[in-house]
Write a protein that binds this ligand. Structure first.
Ligand code: XMP
Length: 515
């Protein structure tokens, strides 16, 4: 897919913002991909001359711990490419060039910077601008040959440039919306680097279709597409259908872990597109294997295995199946620890790898895309809003929203309570404004009074988050009256629930799903 685009390599030092940087660059029309520091040289070499610029992301480490260990210094500066170092990347560039980074009074959140030297990187900026920062170390001495471009309110070096080159460091985060002119700065950098801005959903569509034609065009067998309730699998299936036509068999495996009425809703939406999925009722086999299992990773493993078994059975009964389509997206790939610098947070089953015994080749047309790009593609393909606007739904479904021992009773509480939450959000016109909204139940109990009698019931936690790509998320400040209606409906309509709480921790430090 990347073949024909100028590329920006974003070196991911493990900061929560690396994806955001890549997304912002893509929004500006530049094809950006992430690489880990250790793979920088290899990725650069493998990309021919498509890489036109490098961005070094923020990261949780201290540059001082890296001293002498980061080969990426030599590789990045030796590449001769334009470089923009952000936060940790800014400090790394300073150290690479022989400067010094030391502790300083931290600057967190909103701050102001003053431009002290005219530079095309800051074209369109005023003399003083609002930025977003998060650091407790600073560049205390600049490398030889570098010049200060901006300073913070506390007088620290906030932007510098190696004279006569396009190597820049900025201590603040231009990718974060709170940096008011961050987008302008990123666009300036792309212009200075001469990056052609050719990354547009309409072009991506044609490229993905071309890629699929190359991958599947020569085959004769059938292609099965695993449809879940979310937008990714529907878009992936719709793309593949354009290439293989009736050879595509969409399959919806009902594992019993869907949202309320979801199977019927998804089937009728898909039918309206001419994608009539084969629904396989596998509820009993999934739920009986999950009963009593406490560890979510173990549940993911079981679900992945059971999915694979069902796919194999379907493939055998259909006879001539060669491929399986999955809706894996770029953050899934990164978060599953497939990239060297990323820790394995959760093994999202669709990228945890399918067993070899399945004997099917996997097609993942969305593997390089972010969710908003998938949605754009969906619109270009004419998918109904009912699918495009659906909240993302994890492959293992409601299984990851039951905390502690898995039981069907807890599953039903989650399903009912989530439905009520969704209904009330729709009623308040808020459903489309949030990334995900669901209920969670664990083993905590709360004594309630229902009628005049004592009842020891479940505690349901509501999780409603806003996010751009699921890599970071914030809890949504829902109006109190909406929360009130949801809570009172849940305690009166869902049997066994005596308390409703609201989760108010962003990601990080929490993840979105509870386990
Ligand atoms: P977390 O909980 O890791 O979730 O912050 C990030 C996004 O990924 C979804 N998610 C999953 N998706 N299989 C999936 O296909 C999984 O096992 C899984 N776990 C989490 C989650 O809903 C959120 O949008």
């Amino acid at each position: 897919m990347s073949g024909s685009h100028d590329t920006v390599l974003v070196v991911n030092f493990g900061g929560q913002y690396a994806h955001l940087i890549a997304r912002r660059l893509r929004e500006l029309g530049a094809y950006a991909i992430l690489t880990s520091p250790g793979r920088f040289g290899e990725v650069l070499e493998g990309s021919g001359d498509r890489v036109k610029a490098v961005v070094l992301s923020g990261g949780p480490m201290s540059v001082r711990d890296l001293a002498g260990r980061s080969g990426v210094c030599g590789e990045v500066l030796g590449s001769g490419l334009p470089v923009l170092g952000i936060c940790f990347g800014h400090q790394l560039l300073a150290v690479c060039g022989g400067g010094v980074v030391g502790e300083c009074e931290g600057e967190f959140g909103r701050a102001f910077v003053r431009i002290v030297r005219d530079d095309p990187l800051f074209e369109g900026w005023g003399g003083v601008e609002e930025v977003w920062m998060s650091h407790r170390e600073c560049v205390t001495s600049l490398p030889e040959g570098a010049e200060v471009l901006a300073v913070s309110g506390r007088g620290y070096v906030t932007a510098f440039r190696f004279k006569g080159s396009l190597v820049y460091g900025v201590q603040f985060h231009p990718e974060v919306k709170h940096t008011r002119k961050g987008r302008v700065l990123l666009r300036n950098f792309l212009r200075l680097a001469g990056v052609e801005l050719s990354w547009r959903p309409a072009n991506i569509l044609e490229e993905i279709l071309d890629g699929l034609r190359r991958e599947l065009g020569g085959s004769k067998g059938r292609v099965i597409a695993a449809i879940s309730g979310g937008v990714d699998s529907a878009v992936a299936a719709a793309l593949v259908r354009k290439v293989v036509g009736d050879r595509l068999v969409p399959i919806l495996v009902d594992h019993g872990l869907f949202r309320e009425d979801e199977v019927g809703e998804v089937v009728s939406l898909l039918k309206s597109l001419g994608l009539d999925p084969l629904v396989i009722d596998a509820r009993e086999r999934f739920l009986s294997r999950l009963e009593g299992i406490e560890d979510c990773e173990e549940r993911r493993r079981i679900i992945g295995e059971e999915f694979a078994t069902v796919f194999k059975e379907v493939a055998e009964s259909l006879g001539d199946v060669e491929y399986l389509v999955q809706g894996t997206t770029y953050p899934d790939v990164i978060e599953s620890g497939c990239v060297e610098s990323a820790d394995r947070i959760k093994s999202h089953h669709n990228v945890a790898g399918l067993p070899e015994w399945l004997g099917l080749k996997v097609v993942e047309p969305l593997r390089g895309l972010y969710k908003d790009e998938v949605r754009e593609l969906g619109r270009l393909l004419g998918l109904p809003e009912g699918i495009i606007g659906r909240h993302p739904f994890p492959g293992p479904g409601l299984a990851v929203r039951v905390v502690g021992r898995f039981s069907r009773a807890k599953l039903e509480v989650v399903r009912r309570a989530s439905r009520i939450l969704e209904e009330e959000l729709r009623r308040a016109g808020l459903y489309g404004d949030v990334w995900q909204a669901f209920a969670v139940v664990g083993d905590d109990r709360w004594v309630g009074v229902k009628g005049d009698s004592r009842e020891v019931g479940y505690v349901v936690t509501l999780r409603v988050v806003s996010s751009e790509d699921a890599m970071t998320a914030d809890w949504v400040r829902l109006p109190y009256d909406v929360l009130d209606r949801v809570a009172s409906r849940i305690t009166s309509e869902v049997e066994g629930v005596t308390m409703v709480t609201y989760a108010v921790t962003p990601k990080p430090p929490s993840t979105i799903e509870p386990c």
